[in-house]
Design a protein around this ligand. Structure first.
Ligand SMILES: NC(=O)c1ccc[n+]([C@@H]2O[C@H](COP(=O)([O-])OP(=O)(O)OC[C@H]3O[C@@H](n4cnc5c(N)ncnc54)[C@H](O)[C@@H]3O)[C@@H](O)[C@H]2O)c1
Length: 270
């Protein structure tokens, strides 16, 4: 395994912590990058890896932080752009400051981290970038700034994959479904349930009813996808979107799992 580092942004939070832990267990040298010292420190201590304080929306912080990690570890094996924020608001009630706040972390932050990493990786002629986005191709009420910011990252992923291909650098995206429990995004889902006038139990039941595998995505499911991308079998994988949605992406409007199971038990129709 290379001693070059993999940076996991937002590694102090729910999904990022699982990604950092899985990559560390795989034998990679992992550095958690987060703007929150307390969560970064506690996740790094639990995993047994390093952390670097980086605010991904801040150009100077990204440039100095990424350079420092690469210098300490003889280069960058990879970057996982996982840090992201959400808010729940209809378009008509969204303040421009809130729109900019979401974009400044999700889109600008992923751009800044990717640009700095790509410069270092181009010089190395190796490396890979994994962007954690969200399921694309669907609208979702109260989520316009978030979904728009994540759709923009998919465009960035495709362009950068093409630009970096001749340098031996690969760039891919992972699109998880609803991930819980214990993620920061769960707070956003709870806010959405409230906005929709649903109890948390009813909201969860409605979410699960749209997922053919009939459960929420876990942080470990997402970490498994990142582990595969950072592993030895993906040298021909770039510019790809990997959905980890329990089948949601394959069948956006699914019948309930119970009705599918009952039909299977009844057998083929004559
Ligand atoms: N939880 C879900 O259902 C879900 C679904 C699809 C995609 N995602 C995406 O997965 C990623 C992680 O989600 P989560 O639910 O684990 O979030 P989380 O809130 O649990 O963790 C996010 C982490 O990012 C850090 N962070 C925020 N802004 C930062 C900045 N400017 N610079 C550095 N660090 C910053 C936070 O301190 C936190 O540690 C996000 O990009 C999110 O959009 C989540």
């Amino acid at each position: 395994m290379s001693s070059q580092a993999i940076i996991v942004t937002g590694g102090g939070g729910g999904i990022g912590r699982a990604i950092a832990g899985r990559l560390h267990a795989d034998g990679h040298t992992v550095v958690i990058a987060d703007r929150d010292r307390a969560v970064a420190e506690s996740a790094a201590a639990a995993i047994g890896c390093e952390f670097e304080l980086i605010d991904i929306g801040d150009e100077a912080s990204v440039m100095s932080g990424v350079k420092a990690v690469a210098a300490r570890h003889g280069g960058l094996f990879g970057v996982v752009n996982n840090a992201g924020i959400h808010m729940q608001a209809l378009v008509v009630e969204t303040a421009v400051e809130d729109w900019d706040r979401i974009f400044s972390v999700n889109t600008r932050g992923t751009f800044l981290m990717s640009r700095e990493a790509a410069r270092i990786m181009a010089a190395q002629q190796s490396g890979q970038i994994v962007n954690i986005i969200t399921k694309l191709g669907f609208g979702n009420p109260f989520s316009s700034a978030y979904l728009a910011s994540k759709n923009a990252i998919w465009g960035l992923t495709q362009c950068l994959a093409i630009e970096m291909a001749s340098s031996g650098v690969r760039v891919n995206a992972i699109a998880p479904g609803h991930v819980g429990p214990g993620t920061g995004m769960e707070k956003a889902f709870r806010a959405k349930a409230e906005k929709l006038g649903k109890s948390w139990d009813d909201f969860e039941a409605d979410v699960v009813a749209t997922i053919p595998l009939h459960r929420w995505c876990t942080p470990e499911d997402v970490a498994g996808g990142v582990s595969w991308l950072m592993g030895p079998d993906t040298s021909f994988v770039t510019g790809e979107l990997i959905n980890i949605t329990g089948g949601f992406q394959a069948y956006a409007s699914t019948p309930s799992a119970d009705s599918v199971r009952a039909a299977a038990e009844r057998g083929p129709t004559k």
